[in-house]
Design a protein around this ligand. Structure first.
Ligand code: TXA
Ligand code: MG
Length: 329
């Protein structure tokens, strides 16, 4: 199959919407990462997504919708606090997991009786979903275990020849996936840290229980290897990062320091990639830099640890997975 890359013109969005309607799969930009979309109500199209990604079929997909009314046609029950989240944070980088209606096929939810729903803020994504006339289930548009894609080029390098089309909407603004919130009855639980900081959510709905990755049954995606470049990734405290890098280089390794702009003066002539000034910038750049490690055939990446507040929590969560828990300092 030849994979077409389309600019996000009205005409091209209509073309891609028709592809979705007919059961093909199409990659599209969202504010978080690129998604690989298929018609959520057509099991054969959902199957194609799992195949193209090489994704285990017990790892459920997020269903993307264009407006709040669609929540009610797919969810069987909406807890009070979920309603507040839907009102205040959607569209945006957040996903709510709710009891599902029968219309949602089991293949989308990995057999769970819940469905994950998200309204992207990205207008290209919303237009595509609207034009397709169907809910669009979409995981991140990477090969399973690779870093999530934040440009059309990333998608192309993983999925060329495996999908019908990619809509090129430029770089993703947020850069990490959506925050996933589930409910135990009325009680909210954080299933995945992501593009909406938990602090912002807690200001609206009170305390949210954080589910540890050991409770895998609640968020099946958490148990899988993730975000792994071929280079070995280490999460380093600022005080230990230069020494760790120097030792690797002395051992003959090709390495990089990935960190906040402030680290530049200490990194001096070393191979240093600045993620920018803030943890938000870090989130936006992280996956692209993990991929760049492979493009440049590096052996090791020493990534600066940051405080787990705001998007810092998501950055640390992704780094922990990419590194397999290897920390220095
Ligand atoms: O930002 C995002 O969320 C991106 C863009 C494309 O929207 N999508 C994304 O999808 O990250 P994916 O498939 O890579 O991650 C979905 C996560 C997985 O960890 C999965 O286990 C969880 O959501 N999930 C999906 N449905 C669920 C359900 N019914 N119950 C619990 N967790 C669910
Ligand atoms: Mg993913």
């Amino acid at each position: 199959m030849k994979t077409q890359i389309y600019a996000p013109t009205e005409e091209n969005l209509e073309k891609c919407a028709r592809l979705l309607g007919s059961g093909e799969i199409v990659a599209f930009p969202t504010e978080t990462v690129y998604g690989l979309g298929g018609n959520a109500l057509l099991p054969k199209s959902v199957k194609k997504i799992y195949q193209a990604k090489g994704r285990p079929s017990d790892n459920p997909l997020i269903v993307h919708i264009a407006n709040k009314e669609q929540v009610y046609s797919l969810a069987a029950f909406i807890p009070k606090l979920a309603e507040i989240i839907i009102e205040k944070f959607m569209p945006g980088p957040i996903t709510v997991v709710l009891p599902k209606k029968e219309i949602v096929p089991d293949i989308v939810t990995g057999g769970l009786n819940t469905v994950a729903l998200r309204i992207p803020e990205n207008e290209i994504a919303r237009k595509l979903i609207e034009k397709s006339g169907c809910p669009v289930c979409a995981p991140s548009a990477n090969t399973s275990t690779r870093p999530s894609p934040t440009t059309a080029r990333h998608v192309f390098s993983d999925l060329d020849g495996k999908i019908a089309a990619i809509i090129d909407g430029g770089e993703c603004k947020v850069g990490v996936e959506s925050t996933v919130i589930g409910f135990d009855g009325e009680k909210p639980r954080l299933l995945r840290a992501g593009g909406t900081p938990i602090e912002a959510l807690e200001r609206e709905i009170g305390e949210i229980e954080v589910v540890k990755s050991s409770t895998v049954a609640l968020c099946p995606g958490m148990k899988y290897k993730h975000y792994s470049p071929t280079a070995e990734v280490f999460v380093c405290e600022k005080s230990a990062i230069i020494k760790a890098y120097d030792e690797a280089v002395n051992d003959g390794k090709r390495a990089v320091i990935i960190g906040l702009e402030k680290l530049r003066s200490e990194a001096k002539e070393r191979n240093f990639w600045s993620v920018g000034k803030s943890v938000d910038d870090y989130a936006q750049k992280l996956f692209a830099f993990l991929r760049k490690c492979d493009d440049e055939n590096l052996d090791a990446a020493f990534c600066q640890a940051v405080d787990e507040t705001g998007l810092g929590s998501s950055v640390m969560n992704r780094l922990e997975k990419a590194s397999g828990g290897k920390r220095i300092g």
